[in-house]
Design a protein around this ligand. Structure first.
Ligand code: 6R9
Length: 649
């Protein structure tokens, strides 16, 4: 924590949607009378049938139910496209910047977005997909990914995006889990100058798909791919015979919009379900106010649509606001470390939103890559995904933002649909590393971890819960409402439990301290340690494993794996390489173990529970504070592990 604060300039505040006084006034109103507050905010969206009810929520464990605007009807694609046609049909909706700077960018107007989305929607219909059916997207960052999402919303199909970096096994699990009728993919995905064989991966996944499912393939590179008769269809071929008009389906506010799988502390990833009305109200409002978006601004979020950030802040929030949103296919370091800044210069980006891991990686390349670009159009910078360390914050502020551009450090989750805590750029004096203030309608509470008692006052630390609901909140886990209640409402009764720890400082500002559960955050990607463990034990030579996070300079946290082999197996360096590749194949490259330590014995209690606290300490090279080891069945394994603790490299 640092004591430095950075106030917005008077000019910025004068032009901002929200200044300090307005924040205080609106925040107080949002907490005092949520029904009245959200009844008003709901008007951001066009409703086919207006709502008469606003909030209907129970956090009672065993009876959790979350509904917003429940008798209203609307269509999200109509809100993101059709309603803008009168005023801005020729305005660019999406700027698409391809992986290679040598390939021309595309500017897709709202009129073109309408046509392309309608055609995609009619292609779905031609393949038998309708309201309530699930559609899985396994796509590169190309405009068709946005069309595919909006086309689902248009006809009432539920999309589930699987990040294109995930393995065929992970894809198959999600296609099966949602019983999808259709998977949309592309021939290949160019990224960083290399092509990922997406269609080949999808074919591998389909070997394990257990129900009838079709595939729609977008031609991105023109690479040669095999098509299976009857099952696989080229998008351009199906679209050749469909109309360019598709009326938007009236949807109930609580009809599901999408499922997005995310990692938790136990078991397989769970399908987070977001619905229609509350989600779009919240995504639109947070996009406008957090980034202080104004008419005509060019806004760029560098996330992938495979993550929730891409859902809410590349596609739905910006387009609901009639914005121009930039979609980037590539990576920050290709062809070199100035690519982000060159794209900002080229498209005159006004709001730029990225992750701390990217900032740290680029900071490590030196300032020249930034300084040679003209970044004078930048008005707001944002970060998301993990805590940002003050050094990276300062670099982002001084070098990228020229010492004047405000940074919004937005804390939120797949589950929350949109920002829950963030400074508002015209309202708050920023503190590097602090998510600062709750958004409107959000009442954070800090709880004592073991008793669950609320900790009042300032200068305190504990687990972070939210007292009441907000419109963008997830509604359930797909197919498993019990798991939803157990995960978020059982540990601390009457609150939404975030899984994060936090501090509330002397001024009442919030600092997220990281996960308090067995979830680790690798380059801003959530990874359940249990998922990596089950991938490891699926290897025939592995008998047991325990996975923990450890501090990593660029990634925030790295993946540290303790592995016990089957009796008689040899502990070799070759096997470490094999295991690393094995996990990449089982889950995907983002789950690659950073370090594997052989652990012929793991520290366990007498009841057989692995003492992760100790393993975390050893992974952190922090042997002084191992705590009580007396309950271990065999305390000597700890000494062995410390002795064998490999150098981190
Ligand atoms: C949007 C997103 C959620 C977890 C969350 C927390 C961490 C996200 C953060 C942050 C500190 C921030 N997190 N933003 N921690 N400061 N600004 O990232 O969703 O992938 O579900 O991850 O990420 O630990 O609980 P998701």
């Amino acid at each position: 924590m640092t004591d430095k604060t950075y106030s917005p300039s008077d000019d910025f505040t004068a032009g901002a949607h929200i200044d300090a006084a307005k924040y205080d006034e609106m925040y107080a109103a949002s907490i005092k009378d949520p029904d009245a507050f959200w009844a008003e905010q709901g008007k951001r969206i066009d409703w086919i049938k207006p709502y008469t009810k606003v909030k209907n929520v129970s956090y009672d464990f065993g009876n959790v139910s979350i509904k917003w605007f429940e008798d209203g009807e609307l269509n999200i694609a109509a809100n993101c496209i059709d309603r803008h046609l009168e005023a801005r049909s020729d305005q660019t909706a999406i700027i698409w910047e391809p992986d290679s700077p040598d390939e021309p960018a595309k500017h897709i107007t709202y009129k073109e977005l309408h046509e392309n989305t309608c055609k995609m929607a009619n292609a779905y219909k031609a393949l038998g997909v309708g309201k309530g059916d699930r559609v899985v997207l396994y796509m590169p960052m190309i405009p068709e990914a946005a069309y595919a999402m909006l086309a689902c919303a248009r006809i009432g199909a539920i999309h589930s995006i699987v990040f294109a970096g995930f393995s065929p096994d992970a894809l198959a699990a999600r296609v099966n889990g949602s019983e999808a009728k259709l998977v949309i993919t592309a021939d290949e995905a160019p990224r960083g100058g290399r092509n990922t064989a997406l269609k080949v991966n999808a074919d591998k996944a389909f070997k394990n798909v257990t129900h009838d499912c079709k595939m729609l393939v977008v031609q991105r590179t023109g690479g040669d791919v095999a098509m299976e008769d009857g099952r696989d269809h080229w998008l351009h071929e199906v679209q050749a015979n469909v109309s360019a008009d598709c009326p938007p389906e009236p949807m109930n506010a609580e009809d599901p919009l999408f499922i997005l799988y995310t990692s938790g502390s136990t078991g397989a990833p769970k399908g987070v379900v977001h619905t229609t009305g509350g989600y779009i109200v919240y995504a639109a409002m947070t996009h406008e106010l957090t980034f202080d978006y104004h008419e005509g601004d060019i806004y760029w979020c560098t996330a992938d649509v495979g993550w929730v950030t891409g859902h809410s802040y590349i596609v739905y929030g910006p387009l609901a606001n009639g914005a121009t949103t930039l979609m980037f296919e590539g990576v920050p370091t290709y062809p070199d470390a100035s690519r982000f800044w060159q794209v900002c210069e080229k498209h005159k980006v006004n709001q730029f939103y990225t992750a701390p891991t990217a900032i740290r990686a680029l900071m490590g390349q030196g300032d020249d890559y930034v300084n040679k670009c003209d970044l004078s159009d930048l008005k707001v910078l944002g970060t998301v995904g993990e805590p940002i360390n003050p050094e990276a914050w300062e670099w982002y502020h001084n070098i990228v933002g020229g010492g004047t551009v405000p940074i919004v450090d937005t804390w939120w989750q797949t589950e929350t649909g949109g920002h829950l805590m963030t400074p508002l750029p015209g309202a708050h004096a920023l503190k590097p590393g602090s998510a600062m203030k709750p958004f409107f309608g959000i009442e954070p509470v800090v709880l004592e971890p073991t008793t669950g008692a609320e900790i009042d006052g300032n200068d305190v630390e504990g687990v972070l819960c939210i007292r009441d609901s907000w419109p963008g909140q997830m509604r359930t886990v797909w197919g498993d409402h019990e798991r939803f209640e157990k995960t978020y409402f059982s540990d601390y009764k009457g609150y939404y439990f975030t899984g994060d720890g936090c501090k509330r400082d002397a001024d009442g500002d919030y600092w997220i301290t990281g996960r308090v559960d067995d979830v680790i955050n690798v380059s801003g990607h959530r990874m359940g340690t249990a998922e990596v463990e089950s991938a490891l034990v699926a290897h025939p030579k592995v008998s047991e494993s325990a996975v923990v996070g450890y501090p990593h300079e660029i990634k925030g946290q790295g993946i540290y794996c303790y592995v016990t082999l089957m009796g008689g197996e040899e502990y070799t360096d070759e096997l470490k390489v094999e295991l690393r590749n094995w996990v990449r194949q089982e889950i995907g490259p983002i789950a690659s173990p950073d370090l594997i330590q052989w652990a012929p014995g793991l520290p366990k209690t007498r009841s057989g529970k692995i003492m992760r606290r100790i393993l975390r300490k050893i992974a952190e090279n922090d042997y002084g504070a191992l705590g009580d080891t007396s309950t271990l069945a065999d305390p000597s394994v700890v000494d062995d592990l410390i002795e064998n603790r490999m150098n981190r490299g």
